[in-house]
Design a protein around this ligand. Structure first.
Ligand code: HEM
Length: 480
């Protein structure tokens, strides 16, 4: 009798709980339905998140967006990441959202991401804290770029990698590209060389950190998410130890890296400084190596583009002494290379969308976006929109010849507005310099077909194995 009563009570409790879930899930529709774009809210709690995140080739928009855009139009409502959401595949609305950061919209990444990146990460902070961190980032990027060793360090690191291929027949390109971008960024930020033990330690922890970023956010010891949070803590303490070593100052001469400048800044807390270092490492590592992999992948499928790229780099090299380093003038001459990079960014869609929320009720054209709703500008949908880019699904670098500034609205691989990526130029220089030594010194072919997939974080399943063959045998390593 008592057991029956308990079971009935439990049943009622569960039913009430489920009803509550259903009610809260659909509640926003009762208040805000008027004029919001058409769409569907999916299942209570998860909404349409699982279909939205369903993996697809990164040079396609995926079935979820195809289906929803054809049913509801380029802007539609949905329920994603536990919030009522407006999804925008419309270039003008995307641009409006990015330009109105902190006025009408605000960066709003899901809470589990805060757990991994840390509360002071530039990607998650908003308002004055973001302004403070960002202005420092821009100053650092500006001063680092003007240093004479900036380009030399990048090229020297590229040569270390390509020199190590001399006796190999096959390389896993994604691993090699990661090694390259990681070595460049640890040198720039912390002044560390690849062979130093701290570099290996940070790299090991970073790999765990990256796996956690793309995992299910469940903090149970042993899960990738929990391992990532722990890896972040370990990277923080390694960085703190480096900071302390510098502060104590014995035998220390300035290395001219980010950390030197960071240590002289009084406007940041200790935590913010460590977060700043982590942001730079994180931002400068995976995305750039993916861009390199995309460029190599697409070039492999387009012999005319590869031939033109090679010619451009042969011309640049022919005007230089044998072991002379590349400089800014050479970089400016890499016009077709820039077109290849742009096209790899457009087709590869390394960052598919960004997270925002509406700070107030917003009306844009016919659309009403209620205050508090999540807003997702989807860049890949604009990059692959056939009404904006002719033969949108084809890799065609020549489309970027003589493009004007108006292109910016339909091409946002680095975001836009007050959160535009501060590392965009570094990523392009790294890719251009690596391509320079790759096309001049190697022939390559892919070992089996492989399509980069958007999970939505882009990944090459097999890491892109390449069969390589050196073109010239003479040594190209140089001293600074
Ligand atoms: C191909 C390479 C890269 C791509 C595609 C890329 C893409 C992006 C995008 C789309 C954003 C905007 C995020 C948002 O609006 O919510 C962003 C922000 C950011 N990126 Fe990059 N990025 C790349 C390389 C880099 C590099 C090399 C660094 C650092 C050295 C970097 C550091 C950052 C930082 C710190 C932010 C936050 C900026 C802010 O919130 O004000 N990124 N990146």
């Amino acid at each position: 009798m008592v057991l029956g009563f308990c079971l009935a009570f439990l049943g009622l409790f569960i039913a009430a709980f489920l009803l509550g879930l259903v009610f809260t899930h659909f509640l926003p529709l009762f208040f805000n339905l008027r004029d919001t774009p058409k769409g569907s809210f999916g299942w209570p709690l998860v909404g349409e998140t699982l279909s939205f995140l369903k993996p697809h080739a990164s040079n396609s928009v995926g079935t979820f967006l195809e289906d929803h855009c054809s049913r509801f139009g380029k802007v539609f409502r949905s329920h994603l990441f536990c919030s009522p959401t407006i999804v925008s595949c419309d270039q003008e609305l995307n641009n409006f959202i990015l330009q109105n950061e902190e006025k009408l919209f605000q960066c709003s990444y899901p809470k589990p991401i805060h757990g991994i990146l840390g509360q002071s990460s530039m990607l998650v902070v908003v308002g004055d804290t973001h302004k403070r961190l960002r202005s420092l980032a821009l100053t650092l990027v500006g001063t680092t770029k003007s240093k004479p060793d900036y380009l030399h360090d990048i090229e020297r690191t590229a040569l270390q990698i390509t020199d190590s291929w001399k006796d190999k027949k096959q390389v896993t390109f994604c691993d090699e590209a990661r090694k390259f971008t990681f070595n460049v960024i640890v040198k720039q930020v912390l002044g560390l060389e690849p062979e130093e033990p701290q570099t290996t330690k940070i790299l090991g922890d970073f790999l765990a950190f990256m796996k956690g970023l793309i995992s299910f956010p469940l903090y149970i010891p042993g899960t990738p998410y929990a391992r990532a949070v722990q890896a972040r803590a370990r990277i923080s303490s390694t960085v703190k130890a480096i900071v302390e070593e510098r502060r104590s100052g014995e035998n220390y001469s300035k290395k001219g890296d980010f950390l030197d400048t960071l240590l002289t800044v009084n406007t940041l807390s200790e935590d913010e400084k460590v977060s700043f270092v982590l942001d730079s490492l994180l931002g400068g590592y995976e995305t750039t190596s993916l861009l390199m992999a995309m460029a190599v992948q697409f070039l492999g499928q387009s012999p005319p583009a590869l031939a033109q790229l090679k010619l451009e780099h042969q011309n640049i090299r022919s005007c230089k002494q044998e072991k002379e380093y590349l400089n800014w003038d050479d970089y400016k001459k890499m016009e077709f290379t820039q077109q290849v990079i742009n096209e790899a960014l457009r087709c590869g869609n390394i960052v598919k969308f960004v997270h925002r929320k509406a700070l107030k009720d917003v009306r844009f054209k016919d659309y009403f976006i209620p205050s508090g709703w999540k807003v997702l500008p989807v860049f890949s949908a604009v990059h692959l929109d056939p009404s904006l880019h002719g033969s949108a699904f084809e890799f065609h670098p020549w489309r970027w010849e003589n493009q004007s500034q108006a292109t910016c609205k339909k091409f946002t691989p680095f975001g836009g507005g007050p959160r535009f990526c501060p590392g965009s130029e570094l990523a392009k220089v790294e890719t251009a310099f690596f391509l320079h030594h790759l096309v001049l010194n190697f022939r390559w072919s892919s070992e089996g077909a492989e399509h980069p997939m958007a999970y939505p974080y882009v990944e090459f399943h097999r890491g892109m194995p390449l069969n390589i063959e050196p073109i010239r045998r003479e040594t190209i390593s140089r001293t600074s």
